[in-house]
Write a protein of this length. Structure first.
Length: 114
C-alpha cells in the first residue's frame, strides 16, 4: 500500500509558518537556532521559519526567510555543528522539501509576522 502525497492547503501552510516562527522566537528548545541567526547578524524577531525537518540523529534542516526577503537554507549536524548555510535563489527548488516556502515569502512581503 503506497502513501498518498499530502497536499496542504494555503491555510495549513500559513499556520505552519506562523507556528514555526512563534517557536523560533519564543521556545527555549529553539535557542540554538536563535543563536545561529544572531551570529550571522540576523534577529529571530525579523525572520520567518518556513520549514524545519529534524533527523533521527538530531540533525536539523530548514529554511529561514529574512525581511528583504531572502531564503536561507541551513543544516545543522548531529553534533550541533553548522553543516550548510546557503542563500537559495531558486525558491521553487526548495518547495519540494519545504512546501510552505512560497507561502512564507508571500506572508513576509505582506508584512505578516513582522
Amino acid at each position: 500500500m503506497g502513501v498518498c502525497p499530502v497536499h496542504e492547503t494555503e491555510a495549513e501552510l500559513r499556520l505552519e509558518v506562523s507556528e514555526l516562527t512563534e517557536l523560533l522566537r519564543e521556545d527555549s528548545d529553539f535557542a540554538d537556532l536563535r543563536n545561529l541567526l544572531a551570529v550571522r547578524g540576523l534577529h529571530a524577531s525579523e525572520v520567518l521559519l518556513a520549514g524545519l525537518v529534524e533527523g533521527r540523529d538530531n540533525s536539523q534542516y530548514g529554511v529561514f526567510i529574512t525581511a528583504d526577503p531572502r531564503c536561507l537554507l541551513f543544516e545543522i549536524g548531529p553534533s550541533n555543528q553548522l553543516v550548510r548555510w546557503e542563500q537559495i535563489e531558486d525558491v521553487d527548488a526548495l518547495a519540494k522539501d519545504f512546501s510552505a516556502v512560497n507561502v512564507g515569502i508571500a506572508m513576509r512581503r505582506a508584512g505578516e509576522l513582522a
